[in-house]
Design a protein around this ligand. Structure first.
Ligand code: GLN
Length: 486
């Protein structure tokens, strides 16, 4: 098998035996990218010479037990010093941050090789990677379809073996949903587990950076690498980071898993429901005890999310005005004219829609009716999880109600698009961790994902359930057909 098709833990083994060198891995990735990237459009910024140079400059002294020599792709909203970081938006055209995000510093410290940036929905607004200023990313399983979003570039790159693994960000599902639709593993950590310093903010009370990988072991490796308290992010938590990699390999006998009835409603595809049911049976065979439960406020999650997330986004995006970052409109007559023209030219339709929605929800007169009410219901959603976790160790649901949809199918109907995150959003509102892993395919050969949600800061349990399931199934081993791509 080609090196680019392997997992990070397989490559770490080969590197430690000196069977291969980091340059070999880098070259195999570059040749895959050259073959298929034109059809996929998974990458926002990639310079092969730079990637090779980074690889050649790897210091032998860096701790080889870490990610020494392993290439990684980064979502285009995570700051990399002196490298284009544009949130796939015209308004950040040419922007190169003067510093690294904390996650990037951590990865460099243990020898990972930064390859480039992945395509995304503009400012992470979306579920399909269609709102990028670089054009849509295509799903490696069917090029007519979306890969999910907003971290669709990272998910497609990993799924199509252009990347070993990648970082994404998840505000309402943007790691788990594209992982599900592209047939890979995606983990959203507990809010506060991973530093957000250097992540260009969408909704600061919901955003988390997390891994998108080919298997669960790699998710554990990457989570460990990026987690931990950071004094540069006051919302990062001072909680111990356990050794996920060895701990996930323990059994799940006797673990209690809740199956919430609100996630098996009308509108969920039959093929999705059937795959999830089989997955639950598999977990029972492995010794888990699965029982029905209820999260009664689930039906309000989408409404609450689109009030809270747009309110925070409208405020976070106020800084893009032509003064400090990226684009500045030409032919301007005054400073107000510059703000207006820059924002008009720089933001796409979905970003403008969110700014308008969020500004409305925060405006005096509507604040109490919408925003503050949404915060109260957010607490109720969190309390649903608190009481479920008194009884259960984890909760299992579908990640997405459907498999990947066609490019263009939902883009002109924002409400339908917003519903594609119906099952992922609650975890962000409650701040809890969630993972999506492959658990089946539709008859059209499109991947289906299983979501496992856990208690705050208990990534270990959801990784353990995911790892045990994966060991006993073959779904994660399927690869998209190359003939689709070339
Ligand atoms: N699809 C959701 C949205 O559009 C979530 C996006 C995300 O998690 N970044 O807001």
């Amino acid at each position: 098998m080609e090196l680019n098709a392997l997992t990070a833990h397989e490559l770490i083994d080969l590197l430690s035996k000196k069977d291969i060198s980091p340059i070999d891995i880098c070259n195999s990735i570059i040749s895959k990218i050259e073959k298929q990237e034109k059809s996929l459009n998974a990458l926002a910024h990639f310079d092969k010479e730079k990637a090779l140079e980074r690889c050649k400059n790897l210091k032998e002294s860096v701790n080889k037990g870490g990610l020494w020599g392993i290439p990684i792709f980064i979502k285009d909203n995570i700051s990399v010093k002196d490298e284009l970081t544009t949130c796939s938006s015209k308004i950040l055209k040419g922007f190169k941050p003067p510093y690294n995000a904390t996650v990037i510093e951590k990865l460099i410290d243990i020898g990972a090789v930064l390859m480039g940036k992945t395509n995304m929905d503009e400012f992470a607004f979306g579920s399909s990677t269609e709102t990028s200023c670089y054009g849509p990313t295509r799903n490696p399983w069917d090029l007519e379809r979306i890969p999910g979003g907003s971290s669709g570039g990272s998910a497609a790159a990993v799924s199509a073996d252009e990347a070993i693994f990648a970082l994404g960000s998840d505000t309402g599902g943007s790691i788990r949903q594209p992982a599900s639709l592209s047939g890979v593993v995606g983990l959203k950590p507990t809010y506060g587990r991973v530093s957000r310093y250097g992540l260009i903010a969408f909704a600061s009370s919901l955003d988390q950076i997390g891994p998108i990988t080919k298997d669960v072991e790699d998710a554990a490796i990457l989570l460990k690498a990026i987690s931990g308290h950071d004094e540069m992010d006051s919302t990062s938590a001072d909680m111990p980071v356990s050794d996920y990699v060895s701990n996930v390999k323990k059994g799940i006998k006797g673990l209690k898993i809740g199956i919430p009835k609100e996630y098996f409603i009308e509108g969920v595809d039959k093929e999705v429901k059937d795959s999830i049911k089989l997955a639950i049976e598999e977990l029972e065979k492995l010794g888990a005890v699965c029982e029905d439960t209820s999260l009664p406020h689930t039906e309000y999650a989408v409404s609450v999310y689109y009030l809270v997330a747009t309110a925070e986004a409208s405020s976070n995006l106020a800084r893009f005005d032509g003064v400090q970052y990226g684009l500045r409109a030409e032919n301007i007559t005054s400073i107000i004219d510059m703000y207006k023209k820059t924002r008009k030219e720089g933001f796409g339709d979905e970003a403008k829609r969110r700014i308008i929605l969020g500004t409305f929800a925060l405006s005096s007169g509507y604040y109490d009716a919408y925003y503050s009410k949404a915060l109260k219901v957010r607490t109720l959603i969190k309390m649903d999880f608190d009481s479920a976790f008194e009884k259960f160790d984890a909760i299992v649901t579908p990640t997405s109600p459907t498999a990947a949809f066609k490019i263009g199918e939902k883009i002109s109907d924002p409400l339908t698009m917003y519903l594609s995150d119906i099952f992922t959003i609650s975890a962000n509102l409650a701040g809890i961790p969630g993972i999506s892993i492959p658990c089946g395919f539709t008859k059209n050969n499109l991947p289906i994902g299983l979501q496992i949600l856990g208690k705050p800061f208990d990534e270990e349990t959801i990784l353990k359930i995911a790892w045990n399931y994966e060991q006993n199934t073959e779904w994660h081993k399927r690869k998209p057909m190359n003939s689709h791509i070339i």
